[in-house]
Ligand binder design. Structure first.
Ligand code: ARG
Length: 492
């Protein structure tokens, strides 16, 4: 029995891995119809990480929070050149290239340097802007640091997946380098003295310093080639027709110096309007949207998870013939596999992995992943609940002439449900909190919204405190309601 179980598990893992490997190769071998494809669908989807003013950042325009900045202007210019509409999709910097390779976005513009390592995996346009590196420090400590070599025995921070992160590791001695997903978090860590400095592109450093009186900047003196510190637009490997078309716009941008003359001044204006109203009340709509999506995801996932859980638990209890045995093994393997892998990985797998076959929106992917996850746990609660119903009940029902199914349906399940209810309630409350994981694929739930507010206002702690309270209100209310029903069930 154990051996067979192991075999089933091994089979599932091999299939998953094998499928992952083949699907990327087939995607790459496809002939280049990239330009035709984009023009046919009429939109050019740009992936970006809006924590990097003036390249890209969140700003409230006409009462609506949106992504602005010079990179968005570059994207617009390219889209216009192709005769299509630009769509901007935000995500963390370190998932941009994966999103590009798995077709979630058509191009990446995010102040990205075309390094040799990246060139192996994606194609870049010509350079559209040269930035250079700086280090942001606390103004009160500015006197202590001169450049990258002044941080001996200290910790500096850089965005994970960025060139600054790699270069800081390579080009400093005796200095700890800490990576974080978003630049706004790094700045927060700097201000709370968890970090002594944060490495980033010079224009971004200038923007952060201009918006925050407690910050200052120093030169980095990293040893770098010009192209290492310049930005280019990334496209999926092999999309030469698209790159050639985009290069026409990029060349114009360079020739007419559009970034300096037009895009940067425009971005600067947004930066100013941004810091006008940073009260948390001002952002109630963003938080409300967050609550809405958190609840949608939770309710849907518990619902689908429950259905899946019932099926799985029945399958796990199936006895008899070859078919039923196989079913039992499969269900067991599934439950073990899901419970043995992190939900975060499952969310990314559904979004990026399944995305290679069917292009699911982030919200749908999130609900699918969390339902699949929750189903495995709920299955175990149900199985436990059913097992806890006394065998005498089944025997009595059977001797009264009820069929197997009828016994399950009318005698066992109703009693089991009473036992399962508290665990189901707990699952619901857990999911209110854990659904926050889908923020990594860009679903606008509460964590995601708070990140927007944070980058919008340059305030680090206040939005976190607000969502903490909001999460508590949701879980507390939910647990009161569930308790009420639980008590009612105990009565009858
Ligand atoms: N230029 C650096 C890189 O290519 C960092 C870019 C960070 N961009 C951002 N939008 N956060 O790795």
């Amino acid at each position: 029995m154990k051996k067979k179980l192991l075999f089933m598990l091994a089979l599932v893992v091999t299939l998953l891995v094998g499928w992952g490997a083949t699907s990327t190769t087939t995607a790459q071998a496809a002939t280049d119809n990239s330009l035709a494809r984009v023009q046919k669908k009429g939109t050019l989807v740009m992936g970006t990480s809006p924590d990097y003013p003036p390249y890209e950042f969140q700003a409230t325009v006409h009462g609506k929070s949106q992504v602005v900045g010079m990179d968005v202007a570059v994207g617009q210019k390219i889209a216009k050149g192709l005769g299509v509409k630009l769509v901007v999709k935000s995500m963390s910097f370190d998932s941009l290239l994966v999103a590009l390779q798995t077709g979630k976005v058509d191009m990446v513009i995010s102040g990205m340097n075309p390094t040799p390592a990246r060139k192996k995996n994606v194609d870049f346009t010509h350079l559209y802007y040269q930035g250079g590196y700086s280090i942001v420090v606390n103004k009160s400590e500015k006197g202590l640091y001169k450049d990258k070599d002044s941080f001996k025995g200290k910790t500096i921070g850089a965005q994970t997946g960025s060139t600054m992160y790699n270069e800081s590791k390579k080009q400093t001695t005796n200095t700890k380098v800490k990576g974080m997903t978003s630049v706004s978090d790094l700045i927060l860590a700097l201000q709370s003295h968890k970090l002594a400095g944060v490495a980033m592109e010079k224009p971004s450093a200038q923007a952060y310093v201009a918006n925050n009186k407690q910050l200052a900047m120093i030169p980095s003196h990293f040893n770098l080639s010009a192209s290492d510190t310049s930005a280019a637009v990334a496209f999926k490997k092999g999309s030469s027709s698209l790159v050639t078309a985009a290069n026409k716009s990029v060349d114009q941008i360079r020739k007419q110096d559009l970034v300096n003359k037009d895009y940067l001044p425009a971005a600067g204006k947004y930066l100013k309007t941004n810091t006008v109203n940073t009260s948390m009340w001002h952002y109630w709509k963003a938080f409300l949207t967050g609550i809405k999506y958190t609840l949608i995801i939770t309710v849907c996932s518990v619902f689908f998870g429950f259905i899946l859980g019932v099926l799985l638990s029945l399958a796990r209890m199936a006895q008899g013939g070859v078919f039923k045995t196989a079913l039992r093994w499969l269900a067991t393997a599934y439950v073990e596999f899901i419970r043995g892998t992190p939900m975060m990985v499952q969310v990314m797998f559904v979004y990026f992995g399944l995305g290679l076959i069917v292009n699911l929106p982030a919200l749908t992917s999130g609900i699918i992943a969390i339902s699949l996850n929750s189903g495995a746990y709920i299955a175990e609660y149900i199985r436990g609940g059913i097992n806890s119903v006394d065998d005498g009940q089944t025997e009595a029902a059977r001797s009264l002439g009820l069929t197997n199914t009828a016994t399950l349906r009318y005698v066992v399940l109703p009693q089991a449900l009473k036992n399962i209810w508290p665990s189901l309630g707990n699952e619901f409350i857990t999911l209110i909190k854990d659904s926050s994981i889908v923020s990594i694929i860009g679903v606008s739930e509460l964590i995601f919204q708070s990140n927007i507010v944070r980058s919008d206002t340059y305030r680090g702690v206040a939005p976190i405190a607000v969502i903490m309270v909001l999460y508590f209100i949701m879980t507390f209310t939910a647990s009161r309601i569930l308790n009420y029903f639980e008590r009612r069930m105990q009565h009858d």
